[in-house]
Design a protein around this ligand. Sequence first.
Ligand code: DGL
Length: 267
Amino acid sequence: MSNKEYPIGIFDSGIGGLTVLKEICRILPDENILYFGDTARVPYGIRSEETVTKYSFECIKFLLQKRIKLLVIACNTVSAVSLKEITKYVDVPVIGVIEPGAKAAVNFTKNKKIGVIGTEATIKAKAYSKAIKELSDKVEVYELACPLFVPLVEEGWTDDLVAKLIAERYLSNLRVKEIDTIVLGCTHYPLLKKVIGEVMGPINIVDSAIETSKIVREILLQKDLLNNQKNTPVRKYYVTDSPIKFKFLAEKFLNESINNIEKVMLS
Ligand code: DGL
């Protein structure tokens, strides 16, 4: 097997990183993929930096044993809190979701006012603000944690009155800032895109999953690592809790049926 055929590793705290997997599969359909979701310990977004980093390293060590050619940190919380340390430790290219989202937001905004929504840990780390300011110090950034969005999506309530009311309650705080661009800084939020658009009115919505998949393609191309084999690609899912529960939710996220799910015990 050549390096090009090695899989892309995708790590997330649970199920949400499937939004990133979906985009990667859409633009890179020939790539083999290993997905790791720490479903036994999700959510990470309410935990301390120390715990997020500790959990992340345990999962990433497992993925690295599988000879991946590139590692995607699909989880915004992990990207915000632990990416630097992970990058130092890992000897394959590592791509987080913050920088791609920040870059797209800076390109989109005309009035230089950007909103960012995410988990409590992501917002507390101010990773999006820092990444955006590094690209342009003229931009004002308003960050807001929306902790109820994750359970809402996992419950499947993405397009009903409850979703609308909760979105209204949170996002009215951003609407008054007159932002023209909003970054969906959490794996689950792309599933709420419609409701967020309705509540915010005409605005640029940056989906970090889409932006990250473009960077993945760019890096593979640059490093001459794109898989040019036309065999049916392997998609394998590792989880730390029940594969049955994962399958049920994953199929809702991906809108297709999946197999090849294995429960792993982390040492
Ligand atoms: N994957 C997380 C993120 O993107 C959301 C779920 C969690 O809190 O672990 O921040």
